[in-house]
Design a protein around this ligand. Sequence first.
Ligand code: PLP
Length: 528
Amino acid sequence: MAERMRSGSQPATDMTGEDFRKYGYQVVDWIANYLDHVGEMPVLSQIAPGDIKRHQPDHAPDRGESMDELLADVDRIILPGVTHWNHPSFFGYFAISGSVPGILGEMLAAAFNVNAMMWRTSPAATELEEVTLAWLRRMIGLPEDFGGVIYDTASISSLVAIAAARDAVPGLRVREEGLAAPVDLAMTGSKSLSSHAALAQGAPRLRLYCSEHAHSSVDKAAITLGLGQAGIRKIPADPEFRMDPLLLERAIGEDRENGWLPFCVVATVGTTSTTSIDPVQQIADVCEREKLWLHVDAAYGGSAAVVPEMRWVLDGAGRADSVVLNPHKWMFVPVDLSVLFCRRIEVIGRAFTLMPEYLRAPGADEVVNFMDYGPQLGRRFRAIKLWFVLRYYGVEGLANRIRNHIHLAKDFAAWVDASSDFERMAPTPLSTVCFRSRPDDLGPQSRAYQYSPGDCECYLDLLNEALMANVNKAGKLFLSHTKLNGKYTLRLAIGNIRTTRSHVERAWNLIRSEAGRIDKQLRPATLR
Ligand code: PLP
């Protein structure tokens, strides 16, 4: 070994291959051990805010430290501060998994460390992205004319889709002129303003539609794209939390009369609170009549379409302009990997392509350069972890696992339904159950409820909030919540590859016993 930075320690370049092997094997062993035992750790990190920072010096070390020290600190400092999304009893938000093939793919992506901005900056990254997304498109039954692009998150996929929708509005030259530019109203189909008035006032304001249950990433996209929060109109949902297409159509008509320029509808397949599935076919009818871009947010629910008998969840999505699905949610690919499918992928290209001189390359026009399909230039080699997962489990293997999660959720929902002390708060079309503790003697027919429904509801909110806090604090499982019709609602989301029936049974038993215990402690005398 020639050059050393300081006596006997690190070489002047990178770690030696010999040391890499030593520590690499050690890290793989560590990961294998961690995954074998993650179920014994508290799901939710038990540390207090600031605990990790307290263990760190104010400055980075002047001289390199040993790998042994570093790895020891992973156990000592980092591990206690991790909330274990890999835990089989992680049931919060949407449970996810870093499956082992995905972890191995991620390791290779880090090792190659390519920047997949253009075909030539790593042909394998670009072509594997094209191949894996074509496979995925067929797995979920989208038509062949949909092209795909990988982004980090659904938030960015939806942002790009909505930017493309804006770019597709005829007569609106936002890319060239910005949002306040004069617009050719005859082309946009806007009814109420004369061209003269429109010029005086700037372009008509764009309006996007989604259900009141759409994910907040749609709001963030509207904020980022300059539509403003006023540029979103939330359409009320039906009693099963699905967008009402009649109200959608009425809202679009009203807005046109009032000088807005409707341009895009976001339908959701698997809403975040309840996993409700918007009626995409009927929404597509409205979009076709009104000539609006239809974006389908299937970030979570789209994975269910891999299961043949669940294919229906994406009914109508083939008529959309764009569809987002997150393999990092419910397809066992480690975070982050979101896929945007777009029927006219060239519209995204038109919205974002720019070719500065320093990126010009011979033959670049004949290949796909994914930098042309979004705001960012640099891109990770994400497709390789998707490729590993798709090949290792196969379509059937993935379908079996997803189907099993749906069955487990149906079982949990049935236990809730059969209990007189609990109630289900929403239908369970996929693998997430919305429910709450509602002791039998506080049911709608009870004397307490008849006498004072307001006090009862208030107490039930408190009870469920305390139930969730206690269960999560104990660290045996992790739940999250939402509010449905103003009522505090617990969510049990099944999606981790390591979750089995026994984890779900244990969760139910624990939730039931804790609910009884907390009710005894918490219930005010007036409701006894
Ligand atoms: N869309 C839906 C329906 C979601 O549930 C979520 C997150 O849970 C998102 C979008 C945002 O996902 P991401 O974290 O990939 O941005």
